[in-house]
Design a protein around this ligand. Structure first.
Ligand SMILES: O=c1[nH]cnc2c1ncn2[C@@H]1O[C@H](CO)[C@@H](O)[C@H]1O
Ligand SMILES: [Zn+2]
Length: 434
């Protein structure tokens, strides 16, 4: 696969976009021209015949390195799952584990057409190294959890400052830092306030879990007299740089608050169904309130993959099923959630196949079963295909996969397998020492 050098051009020739056959010319990481007459000489030419082009997908809520925990603990209640299975194992994670887990997540996302993701986890400097090598875009946040303890809060503040400085020091415009206050049930109001103030100072995003369960909302009201969005807002955490994951249990006033503040809600339907949170994000209320609505997979322990095509389908189906409406969340709107809205939520300029936009381009096999017949490419992308129809992926003009080949795949699978085995071994040894 040829690396395009800075200043070189790339041409995708004769590809279908919507119902039209076009050429897409890429220069300096952007779409320089798109249309039947776009063309000219190019350093790299990709044959688009037999392919349908879509904008690259943006995954707005995940914990990438949790790929290592895929299949480790399923079919459990959320609080029990977190406190008896996930957190005890995460206590043994190393930076090296997070590096390999994130590499595996990137590989999986690239293979299924995702060019960018919004991540909240630990050892984010190692995650940044993985993202850098894989050529994707990401917004990376250290998961801030103080459990209402002042000493822990000081540690989390230091960890956040260190992570943000390290990510900014990379000076890679594709990799952004964010703050990641985990949720209102794991972070004190003081911690939330610090996160809000630090994100303002640093001009970076906020990534938080919000109103995932009924229990979270009830306990928050009992403790503070406020619902979670109002509490977050009082602490300064709800603004246009905020991506709030889940948002299942919002009421109409909560939605108005998010809309008034210009914040984004990331829908994560697979995780919500698997963890039986018993309510679907109120998409229609959020949209009417003017909030941004985007889409994420959540981590592999609650999904169990990183395929945004599956997520698009589940979003469209869950909304219809839960809110009892056959017309709610049509395919075009799901695709917008997964592309342009996601890019806006992370502050990236992408997710659109238009002149001037970042060249985030995904090619799907036009001759795959899921694309046959091709009455409506958007319908097929949302309802029929999954990520395995993706053949070629460009992120900001850089080719991350061509004809289903991602460089270094075998090494990534081996490294991730070893990291997962070692993590479980360390955790088991620690248990026998107790
Ligand atoms: O669905 C979820 N709800 C709440 N927390 C979660 C979920 N999935 C993963 N984590 C946890 O969030 C932290 C991120 O830094 C990790 O501890 C991860 O296990
Ligand atoms: Zn999550």
């Amino acid at each position: 696969m040829k690396e395009i050098q800075q200043g070189e051009s790339l041409l995708i020739r004769d590809v279908e976009v919507g119902r039209a056959r076009v050429n897409i010319r890429v220069e300096g990481g952007r779409i320089a021209a798109i249309g039947a007459d776009a063309g000219g000489e190019a350093a790299v030419v990709i044959e688009g015949r037999g392919a349908v082009a879509l904008p690259g997908l943006y995954n707005t809520h995940t914990h990438a390195a949790m790929t290592l925990l895929r299949g480790y603990a399923d079919d459990m209640p959320l609080q029990d799952w977190l406190s008896t299975k996930i957190w005890p194992l995460e206590a043994h994670l190393t930076g090296e584990d997070v590096y390999w887990g994130t590499k595996l997540a990137c590989l999986e996302m690239i293979r299924s057409g995702t060019v960018a993701f919004n991540d909240m986890y630990f050892f984010m400097e190692d995650a940044a190294r993985a993202v850098d090598e894989m050529g994707m875009k990401a917004q990376l946040a250290y998961g801030f959890i103080d459990l209402f303890d002042e000493e822990k809060r000081e540690k989390e503040i230091k960890a956040t400052e260190k992570t943000v400085a390290a990510i900014k020091n990379r000076r890679n415009p594709r990799i952004r830092a964010a703050v990641g206050p985990h949720a209102v049930y794991t972070v004190s109001p003081e911690g939330l306030r610090w996160c809000a103030e630090f994100s303002r100072q640093q001009n970076i995003g906020i990534h938080v879990h919000l109103s995932e369960t009924d229990q979270e909302v009830k306990e928050c009201v009992e403790k503070t007299g406020m619902r979670p969005p109002a509490l977050l807002d009082k602490c300064g955490c709800i603004n246009p740089r905020t991506v709030a994951a889940h948002c299942c249990w919002l009421d109409t006033a909560d939605c108005t608050l998010l809309g008034d503040r210009g914040a984004y809600a990331s829908h994560n339907p697979t995780s919500n169904m698997k963890l039986a949170v018993h309510r679907a994000m109120p998409y229609a209320w959020l949209k009417d309130a003017g909030a941004g609505v985007c889409l994420g997979t959540d981590g592999c322990a609650s999904n169990n993959n990183q395929d945004m095509f599956e997520e698009m389908k589940f979003a469209a189906l869950l909304q219809k099923f839960f809110w009892n409406s056959q017309t709610l969340l049509p395919a075009e709107q799901v695709l917008a959630m997964a592309t342009a809205n996601g890019a806006a939520a992370m502050g990236f300029d992408g997710g659109r196949l238009e002149k001037g936009a970042a060249a985030d381009i995904v090619l799907l096999d036009r001759n795959a079963i899921c694309n046959t017949p091709l009455h409506n490419p958007v319908s097929n992308a949302v309802y029929s295909c999954n990520g395995s129809a993706v053949t070629t992926v460009l992120c900001q003009g850089r080719v991350l996969m061509q004809d289903r080949v991602v460089p270094g795949e075998e090494e990534i699978l081996e490294g991730a397998r070893a990291a997962a085995t070692n993590l479980l071994t360390r955790a088991a040894e620690a248990r026998t020492e107790e």
